[in-house]
Design a protein around this ligand. Structure first.
Ligand SMILES: C[S@@+](CC[C@H](N)C(=O)[O-])C[C@H]1O[C@@H](n2cnc3c(N)ncnc32)[C@H](O)[C@@H]1O
Length: 214
């Protein structure tokens, strides 16, 4: 499912390679990303979820894996990211036999069907512009009963749409081809795929935090 031209992919990699140098010390954004990992882990603890096999798409510097390990969860995780430098930072911080970090574009990745109990898509849904194809690939990878965790800026309503324009044109204007999605549309697609919604909450008003079960 190649979504981007290789020139777009190279540009995207370059942006995230650069960001990897200060991603974990970027006060504003790291605070926001960290709050997302904590929300996920809070749910895992509260519901006593046993993680099994997990896939983290666009894992960045491995912040989610770090907090999952800190909370003593056992998870056989494949964490992938298009940026080699992001993955380098993640590998330096986290050495654990259960966690494999891989450099790669999720669009090109061939994985065994129905092999994951959990899929995490935290703050990178907007990098997948053809959302229907993206979720159909996700669906093919997730086991029945598995969880799908999503956090991303939400493009529903004028205020939130305006904020996504600011994100795209002010904060992240070099990220290349991105599309901030309507979570009404995300919900529609996932309901068509027969997912049930477990949590759907605003996250700092402009973003959405959702958990679905297949
Ligand atoms: C804003 S960061 C979020 C990282 C992490 N999930 C977090 O919440 O801190 C977005 C990440 O998605 C990665 N990414 C973007 N497009 C990707 C793709 N097609 N395949 C894999 N990773 C991708 C970027 O390299 C970047 O590290």
């Amino acid at each position: 499912m190649p979504e981007l031209s290789s020139r777009d992919q190279q540009a995207k990699k370059a942006v995230f390679d650069k960001w990897s140098k200060y991603y974990d010390s970027d006060h504003l954004w790291h605070w926001y990303f960290n709050a997302g990992y904590k929300k996920v882990v809070f749910y895992l603890i509260k519901e006593n979820v046993s993680l099994g096999r997990s896939l983290d798409i666009g894992c960045g510097t491995g912040g989610l894996e770090e907090i999952i390990l800190k909370n003593s969860f056992k998870s056989n995780t494949l964490a992938i990211d298009i940026s080699e430098e992001m993955v380098k930072v993640a590998r330096q911080k986290i050495v654990d036999q259960q966690i494999e970090f891989l450099v790669g574009d999720f669009n090109d990745l061939k994985l065994q069907k129905e092999s994951f109990n959990n899929i995490f898509i935290l703050n990178n849904l907007h990098h997948f512009t053809i959302i229907k194809d993206f979720f159909s690939k996700i669906d093919s990878l997730l086991l029945k009963g598995g969880h799908l965790f999503l956090i991303d800026p939400n493009a529903d309503g004028i205020l939130r749409k305006f904020w996504t324009v600011i994100l795209d044109n002010v904060f992240f204007r070099h990220e290349g081809d991105v599309k901030y999605h309507s979570f009404k549309l995300v919900d529609k697609i996932l309901k068509e795929l027969k997912y049930s919604i477990i949590i759907s909450k605003n996250f700092y008003f402009f973003s959405k935090f959702c958990i679905y079960r297949k």
